[in-house]
Design a binder for this molecule. Structure first.
Ligand code: MG
Ligand code: MG
Ligand code: MG
Length: 307
């Protein structure tokens, strides 16, 4: 039996960097822990790991009989299929509380902050473990990514403070410039199929008995997708049917214009229109100021589904 730290399916930078940072901390605390991932890395995460000299965490989708620290999620839809057969040792997360349960007591660090790595920074401080320079670098990047360079409404003062402290340890002089480098890397879509793009940062939610899938692509220039929207919508329709979903939404988020183009295929599009008080045209609508799926998209959708 080994102990792993692993984030959600369709991993983002926070999931991967949390797994690495938490594994190092646990190992320092005499509990050897291996960072793992449930899927392929997105180009932003590859950029971060290359920049600070890390290997990809081990690809692992089955955890039966193992110890597991869950990072950056707490719901079964994002967990490995056999999570019930693993021993969950802890959950470190910044999302709404999910439905995972455990058969043994666990360590739980859940806070309404902008990034799991902000919480892991608090754990290092709590245990008085020094953060190595390279780990501080990837933690800093994860915070810049999850908070959209501090612009997301999920970003708190705790996040900006942690990010700056980590930047200092890592010797990063200009965090905002580094943040832009991340989002430029993240905007890369060359060679990616519509399915790759839709699933790159995709989460399924259960809303009033319906399965609703929401993907998000954060880019520095929305015109990147001008020639692709028809193909994206066609594949969203296919994904909706394959997964027996009521709705599939894709948020094309422009981090400079600070808003999202919402693309939608749904059994009942009026629910989506009601959620945002907006009218869909050609299955899409621009939502100004909307950057966060967690805080600005999922809650109004859930409310509209429950009506
Ligand atoms: Mg995440
Ligand atoms: Mg996160
Ligand atoms: Mg995100």
């Amino acid at each position: 039996m080994a102990t792993y730290a692993c984030g959600h399916i369709n991993p983002d930078s926070d999931s991967i960097c949390s797994a690495i940072a938490l594994s190092y901390l646990k190992t320092q605390l005499k509990e050897p822990c291996i960072p793992a991932r449930q899927g392929e890395l997105n180009p932003e995460t590859e950029f971060i790991l290359n920049k600070f000299g890390f290997e990809k965490p081990v690809l692992k989708t089955e955890f039966a009989g193992e110890n597991l620290y869950i990072v950056d999620y707490s719901n079964s839809l994002e967990a490995p299929k056999d999570v019930k057969e693993a021993t969950i040792k802890g959950i470190i997360d910044h999302h709404k509380l999910g439905d995972l349960t455990t058969s043994t007591p666990l360590e739980c660090w859940i806070r309404p902050v902008g990034c799991t790595n902000t919480i892991i920074k608090e754990m290092y401080d709590y245990h008085q473990v020094e953060i190595p320079k390279d780990i501080a670098g990837i933690m800093c990047c994860a915070i810049l990514s999850d908070t959209v360079i501090f612009k997301s409404p999920t970003c708190t003062k705790i996040d900006t403070k942690a990010c700056k402290a980590l930047a200092k340890i890592a010797g990063i002089e200009d965090v905002r410039a580094l943040g832009m480098e991340l989002f430029i890397a993240k905007s890369a879509i060359k060679g990616a199929t519509p399915r790759d793009l839709i699933k790159r940062d995709f989460k399924d939610f259960e809303m009033h008995g319906h399965k609703v899938g929401i993907g998000q692509l954060e880019v520095v220039d929305l015109s990147t997708f001008d020639a692709m929207k028809e193909d994206l919508l066609a594949d969203m329709k296919a994904l909706k049917e394959e997964g027996d979903r009521h709705t599939v939404i894709l948020l094309l988020t422009d981090i400079l214009k600070e808003g999202s183009q919402l693309l939608c295929v749904s059994d009942d599009a009026t629910i989506i229109e009601n959620a945002f008080g907006a009218t869909l045209q050609d299955s899409q609508v621009w939502l100004p100021k909307v950057l966060s799926r967690k805080k600005q998209v999922t809650p109004p959708l859930e409310a509209a589904f429950n009506q």
